[in-house]
Write a protein that binds this ligand. Structure first.
Ligand SMILES: [Zn+2]
Length: 190
């Protein structure tokens, strides 16, 4: 699908975790292009209006980070990918501020004055956190057709990102293949 056919989306939500989850979800949709994300509507519009070229550069940067993170999570020998994530992680760490949150914890976030860089630095901060805290041997890629989602598999026994989605689809496909195969052999016999 070409870029012109895609639906451009500016994601706006004031909750960093919700935003990050939605960004990951949108990244897997083939017909959706995430153009920018921001904490509120006015902020997003101001940014786009002030510096559209800068926004496109940051979007490219976010795509590269996504690509590198995926490679770093799925191929332990890909040093270039790991380094690319680490470079962005360092940039994010240098602009992260500890904010006083509601109980029980406080949180790291990228200061608003990072401007257009803020969304990609937020992603980089989360990415670096993920690499630092996760046993990467437990990260698996879903083998579902057109899926590729990554998930944590602490038990070592999980196969699908979601049994309800990819697991059931695979089951239905196998069932249909078996029916087709038995139909063919039935005709041959008769
Ligand atoms: Zn899947």
């Amino acid at each position: 699908m070409s870029a012109e056919e895609k639906i451009g989306v500016v994601l706006v939500d004031d909750h960093a975790v919700v935003r990050s989850g939605l960004e990951q979800l949108l990244a897997t949709a083939p017909d959706v292009e995430l153009v920018a994300s921001a904490t509120n509507g006015q902020e997003a519009l101001d940014r786009a209006a002030d510096d559209p070229q800068g926004a496109v550069r940051q979007l490219d940067r976010a795509r590269s980070l996504r690509h590198a993170l995926y490679a770093a999570c799925t191929d332990a020998t890909d040093d270039a990918a790991w380094e690319a994530v680490a470079v962005e992680g360092r940039a994010a760490a240098s602009q992260a501020v500890l904010s006083r949150g509601n109980a029980p914890g406080h949180r790291w976030s990228i200061a608003p004055d990072a401007g257009l860089e803020r969304p990609v630095l937020e992603l980089a901060r989360e990415a670096a956190d993920l690499l630092a805290r996760t046993d990467m041997r437990r990260v698996k890629a879903c083998p579902g057709s057109h899926c590729g989602w990554l998930f944590l598999d602490p038990s070592g026994r999980r196969r699908w990102c979601s049994m309800e989605v990819c697991g059931n689809r695979a089951k239905a496909r196998r069932h249909a293949e078996r029916r087709r195969a038995s139909g063919r052999s039935g005709r041959k016999g008769g």
